[in-house]
Structure formats: structure tokens, C-alpha cells
Design a protein around this ligand. Structure first.
Ligand SMILES: [Fe+2]
Ligand SMILES: [Fe+2]
Length: 157
């Protein structure tokens, strides 16, 4: 095994977080579908697919490094939302937690002097900048239009 047990365990937890995010974004997509917001739903489906791809990147990395993939039990996603603003705020809060989790992985890789993993994690660090910026942008728009006119967001995602 080319990665430490500690790092392997932490990456397995991260695989869980990424798949959890997949479910969370699907749940958000379902809410937007219920509201008749096709474009917002589409955006969330895309996001869900991205999160699945992130999970798989970690999954394959563990295998490539001779580690053991163990997918943790996933908590169910939040299913009830009352506005687009609430969805985006929940998504941003989620992304911020994911960013912290990734920093935590970087710290373990640094302590292990595991340069290959540090290199691998750079991609995720950069990806999180974009993810957070996207959600912050949506929150700004949702706050501007307000709940009564949130359908206007359909043309802006
Ligand atoms: Fe992700
Ligand atoms: Fe994400």
C-alpha cells in the first residue's frame, strides 16, 4: 500500500462525502422539478453528476495506490426546501464543509510526505474555489429577485 492507513481512511470518508453530495444535489433537483423549474433542476442534475465523478476520482486513486476502498454508510439528503435561496444556501454550506474536508486530506498528505497525493488533491482544492463561487453567485441572484420572482432565476443558471 502506497498511502498511509490514516490517509486511506480519510479518503474513504471523502468518497462518502462526495456520494452524499450527489444525493443532496439530486434531492435539490427533485425540489426544483416539483416547482416546475427545469433549468434549475438541470443545473442540480449536472452538479450531482460532477459530485459522483469526484467520488469516483478518489475511488480510483485509492485503488491505484494499492489502498482499500470502503464506502461508508451515507446519511439521507435533506428533502424539504421552501425556496431557491434556501437550496443555494444549503449547497454553499455543504461546499464549504467539503472544502474543509479536502484541506484536512491535504494536511494528512503533507504530514505523510506523500507528494503524489498532495499533487492529486490540488485539483480538488481548485475545483472547490469554483464550486463555492458558483453557489455564491446564485445566492446573490436569488436574494435580488426574491421568493416571488424566483422563476426569473430560470434564465440565469
Ligand atoms: Fe465534490
Ligand atoms: Fe461540490
Amino acid at each position: 500500500m502506497d498511502i498511509s492507513k490514516k490517509l486511506n481512511d480519510a479518503i474513504n470518508a471523502q468518497i462518502g462525502h462526495e456520494f452524499e453530495a450527489t444525493l443532496q444535489y439530486l434531492s435539490m433537483a427533485a425540489y426544483f422539478e416539483e416547482e416546475g423549474y427545469k433549468n434549475l433542476a438541470k443545473r442540480m442534475y449536472e452538479q450531482a453528476e460532477e459530485e459522483h465523478a469526484h467520488g469516483m476520482k478518489f475511488f480510483k486513486f485509492v485503488l491505484e495506490r494499492g489502498g482499500k476502498v470502503e464506502i461508508p454508510t451515507l446519511p439521507g439528503p435533506k428533502a424539504v426546501f421552501t425556496s431557491a435561496l434556501e437550496v443555494f444556501k444549503a449547497a454553499l454550506a455543504w461546499e464549504k464543509v467539503v472544502t474543509k474536508n479536502i484541506y484536512n486530506l491535504v494536511e494528512i498528505a503533507i504530514a505523510d510526505k506523500d507528494y503524489a497525493t498532495q499533487q492529486f488533491l490540488n485539483w480538488f482544492t481548485n475545483e472547490q474555489i469554483e464550486e463555492e463561487a458558483n453557489m455564491e453567485g446564485y445566492i446573490k441572484l436569488a436574494e435580488k429577485v426574491g421568493k416571488d420572482h424566483e422563476y426569473l432565476l430560470e434564465g440565469h443558471v
